[in-house]
Design a binder for this molecule. Structure first.
Ligand code: FSX
Ligand code: SF4
Ligand code: F3S
Length: 378
């Protein structure tokens, strides 16, 4: 059996198993779509786009459709640690609900500090109940870094005064899968930027299980919901890159799919914000775009109902889905120039061959010549 056929069979078996479980929502997914004015046609288009996002052939859309309907069978526990809640906002702050936010509404969300009605002792009880009742079956999503200095005392949550470190370790123990939502929980994020006084770390550094890292400050709603959908459909983790990010979302550089790429190859650069080049949509490399060093699908999937993404809005990519980007990618409005990135010297000599991957990407000689015609500021 080829890999796609085998994966399809796995998905069918997984969904059959979920169908046997009790629904946890009183209203069906179809009814919710109807209430929000989402047509069957919109739904079919969405299922096809989710399959395409996973680079799976069209027949998989039937599994996506079924997984959406059965998403209320999968318990989800969502923790907030040291962060700004931008990741949750990325998902729910939409003026009209779309299918991505509707999945989040339908999935069995057992605990989410900023969305649940409960507070105080009741909230703590809900968490304890969910971890016990769905032992081994719940998905654990974590937003925010884990402060570890002074035994985690820089972050306590709830009326029992447990540290974030204790809570995440406890919740990770019996999770079916763990997803770090955002760069903070994936790699520490801004909290872990030098000098990192709270000893902030990514979740994968404090638990002894595989953690899926959804880099991005914040990640797009597509990458969050796509990862939930993948787990609902197949009950397992997708293929991951060297930083444990799903390859279907983080498999290409921002630079590879950027709409300004033609400008880069032609050597047409914005020299300073507000100049004619900026007005004409020239490449933002010289004003600090880190798209050539950053793996994410922002140009293709965008944010806020596919409305926009940083480069389309006129600012360079800041490399927000990469580990240590606050330290490694700064200054954000200057080219990386002569700095070390993941241990590689990002100088003119290596940019063509190593960082940009000249042969694989086919960067125009003109662009390289043009970037380095003048010495870069450092
Ligand atoms: Fe971090 Fe998420 Fe950046 Fe904020 O919570 S990834 S600071 S967008 O919100 O964790
Ligand atoms: Fe786009 Fe930035 Fe690459 Fe220029 S350097 S093509 S703006 S990603
Ligand atoms: Fe982040 Fe760059 Fe995308 S800054 S949102 S990875 S374009």
């Amino acid at each position: 059996m080829d890999t796609h056929a085998a994966l399809f069979e796995q998905g069918k078996a997984r969904l059959e198993m979920l169908r046997q479980l009790q629904p946890r929502q009183s209203e069906s997914f179809n009814k919710k779509m109807e209430n929000h004015g989402i047509t069957r046609r919109d739904f079919m288009k969405w299922t096809a786009s989710v399959s395409a996002m996973f680079a799976l052939p069209l027949p998989f859309s039937s599994l996506v459709a079924e997984a959406a309907e059965l998403s209320d069978r999968v318990p989800l526990v969502w923790l907030h640690l040291a962060e700004c809640t931008g990741c949750s906002e990325s998902l729910i702050r939409t003026d009209t609900p779309n299918l991505d936010s509707l999945i989040f509404d339908h999935i069995s969300l057992e605990y989410h500090e900023t969305l649940m009605a409960a507070s105080g002792w009741q909230a703590e009880e809900n968490l304890e109940h969910a971890l016990e009742a769905y032992k081994g079956n719940y998905l654990l999503a974590v937003e925010g870094a884990v402060p570890t200095a002074n035994n985690g005392a820089f972050l306590t949550v709830g009326c029992k005064g447990h540290t974030g470190l204790e809570i995440v370790k406890h919740a990770a123990q019996n999770a079916a899968a763990i997803i770090s939502v955002g760069t903070c929980s994936s790699f520490g994020g801004v909290q872990a930027a030098a000098p990192n006084p709270t000893g902030a770390k990514g979740v994968y550094e404090v638990v002894d299980k595989t953690v899926i890292n959804l880099g991005g400050c914040p990640p797009s709603e597509k990458n969050i919901v796509g990862t939930l959908m993948y787990f609902i459909m197949f009950g397992k983790l997708p293929a991951l890159d060297m930083f444990n990010r799903p390859k279907w979302a983080y498999g290409a550089r921002v630079h590879d799919n950027c709409e300004r790429r033609g400008r880069f190859d032609a050597g047409e650069f914005v020299e300073e914000f507000g100049d004619q080049g900026a007005k004409d949509g020239y490449c933002l490399y010289k004003v600090g775009c880190k798209g050539p060093y950053t793996y994410n699908n922002c140009p293709t999937e965008r944010f806020n109902h596919h409305t926009s993404w940083p480069v389309l809005a006129g600012h360079g990519c800041m490399g927000c889905s990469e580990p240590n980007f606050w330290d490694d990618m700064a200054d954000f409005e200057k080219p990386l120039g002569r700095q070390l990135l993941h241990g590689v010297d990002a100088t003119a000599d290596t940019v063509g061959a190593v960082i940009l991957g000249a042969t694989a990407v086919g960067i125009g000689a003109h662009a390289v010549a043009s970037i380095f015609a003048k010495p870069l500021e450092d």
